[in-house]
Design a protein around this ligand. Structure first.
Ligand SMILES: NC(=O)c1ccc[n+]([C@@H]2O[C@H](COP(=O)([O-])OP(=O)(O)OC[C@H]3O[C@@H](n4cnc5c(N)ncnc54)[C@H](OP(=O)(O)O)[C@@H]3O)[C@@H](O)[C@H]2O)c1
Length: 285
């Protein structure tokens, strides 16, 4: 079965390619090979490759950058998804789309259900929400959170760099969510892609954390396996002391119960996934 992966050079795209199940004929297309914002290019890619499944791992993911580049964020995260959905509908392909916890405003302290009201706080979240609508009811849209991997720009890579450069690192402790390994998400996506479930599902690793908790875990696990040769002081700070162009939700834990039912098991705990990713980084260094 042919599976087209868009945004194949990103964190999730690479994890999907690395974990494709037997029997899948991968068509991984990077942004250079397929710009999903270009409708004609999307149509041509469908014509050439005739995929049975399309997994959209392409996105404009610069949350702060989107505040200045709202047109570009909309072009990729909204219009690009509309192009994929139209082509998938025409050809009968199954579209699996990926969205974000940032469609929520974070003004609660209970995990968000799939039907919870959406209220994005920033342009990125707004463009991703428009993408969910564009994906449509025939698609499976999987919202995830706090994605990281052994490659690309992400919180773990930033923390390892800062912890090597500085004796003290300050990290916000009033944003609560769930770190999710791109490998863990990719494995779940392949299983869910093989079902006929449509609509919205939530997937993150298990557990909850603040960015501060996540940073402490990165340090502890990295020191334990020799990826870092020393501990650093990590100071919890409020978001008000780390102003960013885009507002972020203070709480974005996702309720995954429907996904757990569909998969037949709970996701790994985020700290277990973190250990695997740090081991992979160590192997690559
Ligand atoms: N990262 C997170 O913390 C996070 C959290 C929640 C949800 N998500 C969602 O999870 C999904 C995967 O995220 P990720 O972390 O893997 O993102 P990523 O590493 O930034 O990868 C996104 C990929 O999309 C590509 N891309 C950008 N514009 C494109 C276009 N017009 N056409 C085709 N490809 C394009 C990028 O290519 P270039 O690098 O060449 O631009 C990049 O390879 C996205 O839907 C994202 O919104 C991410």
């Amino acid at each position: 079965m042919k599976a087209l992966i868009t945004g194949a050079g990103g964190q999730l795209g690479r994890a999907l390619a690395a974990s494709a199940p037997a029997g899948i004929q991968l068509i991984p297309l990077s942004s250079a090979q397929l710009d999903i914002g270009d409708r004609a290019a999307v149509d041509a890619a469908f014509k050439t490759s005739a995929p049975a499944i399309v997994i959209n791992a392409a996105a404009f993911t610069k949350v702060d950058g989107a505040e200045e580049m709202s047109d570009l964020a909309d072009r990729v995260n909204h219009l690009g998804v509309a192009h994929l959905a139209a082509a998938a509908r025409r050809s009968g392909a199954r579209l699996v789309h990926v969205s974000t916890d940032f469609v929520f405003d974070g003004l609660t302290s209970r995990p968000y259900g799939v039907d919870a009201p959406t209220e994005p706080l920033n342009i990125y979240g707004t463009s991703k929400l428009a993408g969910e609508t564009a994906a449509g009811r025939d698609a499976l849209t999987i919202r995830t959170s706090w994605l990281y991997s052994a490659y690309g720009n992400n919180f773990v890579a930033t923390m390892l760099r800062l912890m090597r450069e500085r004796p003290v690192v300050r990290v916000v402790d009033d944003q609560i969510g769930t770190p999710t390994s791109a490998c863990s998400l990719a494995n779940a996506i392949w299983k869910l892609a093989a079902t006929d479930i449509v609509g919205v599902l939530h997937y993150s690793d298990s557990g909850v954390a603040s960015w501060y908790d996540f940073a402490v875990a990165v340090m502890e696990e990295a020191v334990a396996i020799g990826l870092l040769d020393h501990s650093v002081e990590i100071i919890p700070i409020p978001s008000s002391e780390y102003p960013t162009p885009a507002k972020r939700p203070h709480f974005s834990v996702l309720d995954k119960s429907a996904t757990i039912d569909a998969l037949g098991h709970a996701p790994p705990h985020w700290r277990t996934s973190l250990r695997h990713v740090l081991e992979a980084i160590k192997t690559d260094e």
